[in-house]
Design a protein around this ligand. Structure first.
Ligand code: CP
Ligand code: NVA
Length: 332
C-alpha cells in the first residue's frame, strides 16, 4: 500500500512508479469529485505557505485553488515580499514557516535550495519549479496523456527545444519511471546532462522505457504519440540569450510538418506560457527584433485539435491537489 504522508515532493527521481501512479489515480479521483461537486475538504484548519521567487500563473493558482478546495488557508510570499535569501537563510526560513504551516511550496532557482528547505522543514515541502526540475508539471502532463491514450507504458514522447533545463530533465525522468520512450530532439548543446541521462537509462532498463537523444527533428518525432516543447528562454535566464536561442532552436520549432511527421494520433503538449503569436510583450519584442511571428510552436499547432495544452493546464490544479492531499495524509 502506498503511503506518502509526511513526504516531500522535490523531484520524481525520489518516487517509485507505484507512488507516481498512486498520485495520478488520486488526482483523477479528486478531479472527478470536483466535477461532481463532491467536496473534499478534510484538511480544514490547516495552512500552507507558497513561496514564489519566480513568477507564475498556473502553479500559484493551482496551489491556491487546491488548498482552498481541501479546506486549507494559504499565504503567498511573492518574489520581492519576503526576507528569504536576502536577510534570512533558507534553513531559518524553513524552521520559521514549518512552525506555522502544515506544508510549504517553493518555486525558485537551484534545486539545492528546495532540497535545503526540505532538510530543515518539519512539514512537507513541494517543488513548484526549480532550474533543474518541475515535478508537479509532470503529474499534470502524465494525467493528460493517460486521459487521452488510456495508458502510459510504451508511449513515445518527443521533446523539442532546450532539453537540458527543468522541463526536458523532468520529462526524461518521468518517462523513464513510467516505462515510456523519451526522445530529446535538439542540438547537442541542449541535450540533458550526461549523468542524468545515465541515471534515466538505468531506470528505463527496469521499466521497459528508453532514452534517445537526437539532433534530427524528423527522425526524433517520427511516430511520436506526444510532441512536447517549452519556451526557449526560461525564467531567470538573461535577455541577451534570446538571439542565440532563436538561431539555435528554430530548427526544433513544433510546426505542422513536425505534427504531420508524428502522425494523426499524436497530441501536442506545452507546460505554458507559450510564444505562439505576438500577443505578449516579449513575443512582440522578439517579433520586431528578429522578424518572426511565433517561436517554439506555431500558432497553427497551438490552436489545432491535436493541442491539449488547456486540458493540461487544468490538470495542474487536480494533480497539485493530489500531491498536497497525499503528503498531508489524505484518507479515502
Ligand atoms: N507551467 C507553469 O508552471 O506555469 P506557471 O509558470 O504559470 O506557473
Ligand atoms: N522552462 C520554463 C518552464 C516554465 C513553466 C521556465 O523555467 O521558465
Amino acid at each position: 500500500m502506498v503511503d506518502l504522508k509526511g513526504r516531500d515532493f522535490l523531484k520524481l527521481l525520489d518516487f517509485t512508479p507505484e507512488e507516481i501512479t498512486y498520485m495520478l489515480d488520486l488526482a483523477a479521483d479528486l478531479k472527478d469529485k470536483k466535477k461532481k461537486g463532491i467536496p473534499v475538504d478534510q484538511f480544514r484548519g490547516k495552512n500552507v505557505a507558497l513561496i514564489f521567487e519566480k513568477t507564475s500563473t498556473r502553479t500559484r493558482c493551482s496551489f491556491e485553488v487546491a488548498a482552498h478546495d481541501l479546506g486549507m488557508g494559504c499565504t503567498y510570499l511573492d518574489p520581492a515580499g519576503s526576507q528569504i535569501g536576502k536577510k534570512e537563510s533558507i534553513a531559518d526560513t524553513a524552521r520559521v514557516l514549518s512552525s506555522m504551516f502544515e506544508g510549504i511550496e517553493y518555486r525558485g532557482y537551484g534545486q539545492e535550495i528546495v532540497e535545503e528547505l526540505a532538510k530543515y522543514s518539519k512539514v512537507p515541502v513541494w517543488n513548484g519549479l526549480t532550474n533543474e526540475f518541475h515535478p508537479t508539471q509532470m503529474l499534470a502532463d502524465f494525467l493528460t496523456i493517460r486521459e487521452h491514450f488510456g495508458y502510459l507504458k510504451g508511449i513515445k514522447l518527443a521533446y523539442m527545444g532546450d532539453a537540458r533545463y527543468n522541463m526536458g530533465n523532468s520529462l526524461m525522468v518521468a518517462c523513464a519511471k513510467m516505462g515510456m520512450h523519451f526522445t530529446a530532439c535538439t542540438t547537442e548543446k541542449y541535450f540533458p546532462a550526461p549523468e542524468l541521462v545515465a541515471t534515466c537509462e538505468e531506470i528505463a532498463k527496469q521499466t521497459g522505457g528508453s532514452i534517445t537523444l537526437t539532433s534530427d527533428a524528423m527522425a526524433g518525432t517520427k511516430g511520436a504519440d506526444v510532441v512536447y516543447t517549452d519556451v526557449w528562454v526560461s525564467m531567470g535566464e538573461p535577455d541577451e540569450i534570446w538571439a542565440e536561442r532563436i538561431a539555435e532552436l528554430s530548427p526544433y520549432q513544433v510546426n505542422s510538418a513536425i505534427m504531420k511527421n508524428a502522425g494523426e494520433k499524436a497530441i501536442f503538449l506545452h507546460c505554458l506560457p507559450a510564444f505562439h503569436d505576438l500577443k505578449t510583450k516579449i513575443g512582440a519584442e522578439m517579433g520586431k527584433r528578429f522578424g518572426i511571428t511565433e517561436m517554439e510552436v506555431t500558432d497553427e499547432v497551438f490552436e489545432s485539435a491535436q493541442s491539449l495544452v488547456f486540458e493540461e493546464a487544468e490538470n495542474r490544479m487536480h494533480t497539485i491537489k493530489a500531491v498536497m492531499a497525499a503528503t498531508l495524509g489524505y484518507q479515502q
